[in-house]
Design a protein around this ligand. Structure first.
Ligand code: AMP
Length: 181
């Protein structure tokens, strides 16, 4: 049984930073669909060619493509005990695709944020797909497509919230406690 932990929250909330630390501390693979997609784009794979423009605009790659890529990754032997998902699911359809035998959604960590502060942080981070326009699109997409997952997982009794604007180590300690529940 693979115990899945999901890091949920808007772009720029620090999910990647915390997933990295939690991954190390709990010896679980950190799976970021954003990182995987950017690798496909860099390597100009078939998926990368399709995804490149979508990423630049800040839109979502289709559920089918991302889900296939993710499920394939979860089949890897390093995920047999568990994994941390960062950036997946981003839609209800993606969440439903995780409801399969052998996977258990144990824990969803919601990164709670203040939008203005986030946009400022993201522009400072300076990633290629972090233009003002694409950031705006990504927030809209988050509100429309991804935020409904908050209620979805809350109703399942697996949602735990952390304030994403604390000290990195304080946030890490809170998440660690939730990992031990
Ligand atoms: P991230 O690094 O998580 O901010 O993701 C960067 C970009 O990759 C997003 O803006 C989307 O275009 C794409 N992406 C990452 N994860 C997903 C997903 N689960 N579903 C659809 N698109 C995704």
């Amino acid at each position: 049984m693979t115990n899945i932990t999901i890091f949920l929250g808007p772009p720029g909330a620090g999910k990647g930073t915390q997933a990295e630390k939690i991954s190390e501390s709990f010896n679980l693979p950190h799976i970021s669909t954003g990182v995987m997609l950017r690798e496909h784009v860099e390597n100009k794979t078939e998926l990368g060619v399709i995804a490149a423009e979508i990423l630049n605009k800040g839109n979502l790659v289709s559920d089918d493509l991302v889900t296939a890529m993710l499920i394939d990754r979860l089949d890897n032997s390093d995920c047999k005990d568990g994994a941390i998902l960062d950036g997946f699911p981003r839609t209800i359809a993606q969440a439903e695709s995780l409801e399969i035998d052998d996977l258990e959604i144990r824990n969803v960590i919601l990164f709670e944020v203040n939008e203005e502060e986030l946009i400022k942080r993201m522009l400072e981070r300076g990633r290629d797909d972090d233009t003002e326009e694409s950031i705006k699109v990504r927030f809209e997409v988050y509100k429309n497509e991804t935020a409904p997952l908050i209620d979805y997982y809350n109703n399942k009794g697996v949602l735990n919230s952390v304030n994403a604007f604390g000290e990195i180590n304080d946030i890490f300690n809170k998440i660690s406690k939730f990992m031990e529940l």
